[in-house]
Design a protein around this ligand. Structure first.
Ligand code: DGL
Length: 282
């Protein structure tokens, strides 16, 4: 693939299985509005949360390859499931062969770096997809940086479907929000900070807040990821030079365009133009 990739500077790629990454893109564009972005949602194959390691890795690698072909030198996996199950393999095994100068970054490490200093009880909860919880990525990363913190996680398999179907404010959402938040508090009543470890979950925040005791801090990832990217570009001028800065943003989906623009407007609060593309490699 390497020789056929565009060599000229290009936009920053932001990838998610579906719409959730838009919550990250929003924050990134607030902090770094001058850059160009391409957002890619693999909506046709979402959700990734309950899929196997092999499948999430295959799909994520295809998406990253597509974003490289579209001119990106830097890709953010704005999806915890992809970050948990595919990021390391892509960084270690695939990038050297594709193009050692291109980079793929995830959302778990920046979140963990930000969170360690805000918990007072040193008891943290993680709400995420089944895939992210099963991968143990959060406890492992937190253990590396903050070994004194105790981490408890609960998988919330019904939350992404609620968000994707625009039911996050509906009555049905109350039952499932309460179910998983109660489970987390039963696991560890000393938790004072909860990470929303799935990029879809900020859309459920009003309900999650309602069912969590007031003293518990609920943390969305967007700000941490955006600040971490800003810092990364400052520390890596060679990559910064590969990222164009005209303030543009284009959206691509593997599903029907109308469906994407309708649902994406829930995340972005504004209508957007979107193009359908295929990323599948046979
Ligand atoms: N947005 C993805 C994440 O952050 C989850 C959505 C899915 O299950 O595909 O984990």
């Amino acid at each position: 693939m390497k020789n056929s990739l565009p060599r000229t500077p290009g936009p920053i790629g932001v990838f998610d299985s579906g719409y959730g990454g838009l919550t990250i893109l929003n924050k990134i564009r607030e902090v770094l509005p001058e850059y160009d972005y391409i957002y890619l949602g693999d909506n046709a194959r979402a959700p990734y949360g309950s899929r196997s390691f092999e499948i999430v890795y295959k799909f994520t690698l295809e998406a990253v390859g597509k974003l490289f072909e579209m001119g990106c030198h830097l890709v953010i996996l704005a999806c915890n499931t992809a970050s948990a199950k595919a990021l390391r393999s892509i960084q270690m095994n695939d990038l050297p062969g594709i193009d050692p100068a291109r980079r793929v970054l995830g959302v778990i490490r920046p979140t963990v770096e930000g969170i360690g200093n805000i918990t007072e009880s040193r008891h943290i909860g993680v709400l995420a997809t089944a895939g992210t919880i099963k991968s143990e990525s959060y406890p492992l990363e937190i253990q590396k940086l903050f070994p004194d913190i105790r981490v408890s996680g609960v998988a919330c398999p019904m939350w992404v479907p609620l968000v994707e179907n625009n039911e996050s404010q509906g009555e049905g959402a109350d039952y499932f929000v309460r179910k998983y938040t109660d489970l987390l508090l039963q696991k560890d009543p000393e938790i004072d900070t909860v990470i929303l470890g799935c990029t879809h979950y900020p859309l459920l925040l009003p309900k999650i807040r309602q069912y969590m005791p007031q003293h518990i801090r609920i943390v969305s990832q967007g700000e941490y990821v955006a600040e971490s990217l800003k810092d990364y570009l400052r520390r890596h001028p060679e990559m910064n030079a590969q990222c164009t800065q005209n303030g543009s943003c284009f959206f691509y989906t593997t599903e029907a365009e109308e469906k994407f623009s309708e649902s994406a407007s829930i995340f972005l609060n504004q209508p957007i133009g979107v193009e359908r593309i295929s990323i599948e490699k046979t």
